[in-house]
Ligand binder design. Structure first.
Ligand code: 5MM
Length: 341
């Protein structure tokens, strides 16, 4: 492991004023997204859509430090034959790859899941590195419910995340470590805080046991928010304060950066929360975004599968990328949302 190189890549992924585009929807997820806009999920349509994002040149150059790809996309060429990975590199952005194989039911833990994909991972990492990936991503999922998440779930997922991260570093690839406490359900913000704290403590313990160098990872956590169905809503300030508090309690300062997932927040909420945290300031790590839905919902809707809508979709993507880039600097203002990109 060349720790200096891993640290260099990790720092570039969380560079101030930039963030990560999560475009690693698996086949089932992208089909659901396309269904919502009335587009058939064919390989060509998936290629056309992702190509339009990666060819949003100014936004990619100025605001997107890295792109998380799915296995299909890292092998795909643009319409003119240019590999999609090359488009990302030409924009000065870093290609990465989702390497987990999704979730499976966890034995004896009804309703809970564990992320799989460790078997053969080293070989896949070697192949992905050859295809241009400099970082990888693995997502663990924790649902909040009655007696959930269980300790079995927290331990199994923490262990898998650490095994994945160690393999990545051994192969010279920066691991994005993504423990996602879901915001489904009716729990309040303090329950989210408690579960997030337990999950993060376990993840960092496991990373230590597996000898992962924290200087060479990027953490991708949820923010501390109330469940979507909770009657008790939280202000932007409360979310920012509680998210920062739990991270300070759990994440060592050796970690170069934290790139949040959006998790089902609205586009503007995800931006406002990130902005508020960066306005508070004083954190030992960079705080940025690694959004999927909060970056892509607007361009997907604008595109709707029609070639004539590509410029509008690119404007929508550029706008969200710019808003979130400003949020990484604590310089976003709600009024900026009204100004067309
Ligand atoms: C883009 O979605 C990613 C892949 O999800 P599936 O494996 O379920 O298809 C997902 O891991 C994503 O990177 C993160 O959840 C963050 O995305 P959001 O939309 O929560 O910002």
């Amino acid at each position: 492991m060349n720790l200096a190189e891993l640290n260099k890549v990790a720092k570039a992924m969380v560079a101030p004023g930039k963030g990560i585009l999560a475009a690693d929807e698996s086949s089932g997820t992208i089909k659901r997204r396309f269904d919502a806009i009335g587009v058939e999920s064919t390989a060509d349509n998936r290629r056309d859509y992702r190509e339009l994002l990666f060819r949003t040149t100014d936004a990619m150059k100025n605001y997107i430090s890295g792109v998380i790809l799915y296995d299909e996309t890292i092998r795909q060429n643009a319409k003119d034959g240019t590999p999609l990975v090359k488009l990302i590199e030409q924009a000065g952005s870093i290609p990465g790859i989702k390497v987990d194989k999704g979730t499976k039911p966890l034995p004896f833990c009804p309703g809970e899941v564990v992320t799989e994909g460790l078997d053969g991972l080293r070989e896949r990492l070697v192949e992905y590195r050859g295809l241009g990936a400099k970082f990888a991503k693995w997502r663990a999922v924790y649902d909040i419910g009655p007696r959930m998440p269980s300790y079995a779930c927290i331990r199994a997922n923490g262990h898998a995340l650490a095994r994945y991260a160690a393999l990545c570093q051994d192969e010279g690839i920066v691991p994005i470590v993504e423990p996602e406490v879901l915001m489904d359900g009716d729990h309040d913000i303090d329950t989210c805080y408690e579960v997030t704290e337990f999950v993060l403590k376990e993840v960092f313990q496991e990373l230590y046991y597996q000898k992962v160098a924290l200087e060479g990872i990027v953490l991708k956590p949820n923010m501390v928010v109330p469940g979507k169905k909770s009657q008790k809503r939280a202000s932007v300030e409360e979310v920012a304060e509680k998210t920062l508090r739990v991270l300070k309690a759990c994440v060592p300062s050796a970690v170069p950066g934290i790139a949040f997932l959006s998790g089902g927040q609205s586009d503007e909420e995800a931006t406002a929360h990130l902005d508020a945290m960066n306005r508070i300031g004083g954190a030992p790590w960079k705080l940025t975004f690694s959004y999927g839905r909060a970056l892509q919902a607007a361009p997907q809707k604008a595109w709707s599968g029609k070639p004539e809508n590509v410029p509008a979709a690119q404007r929508a993507f550029a706008h969200r990328a710019k808003m979130n880039a400003l949020a990484t600097l604590g310089q976003w203002q709600p009024e900026l949302e009204k100004i067309a990109a």
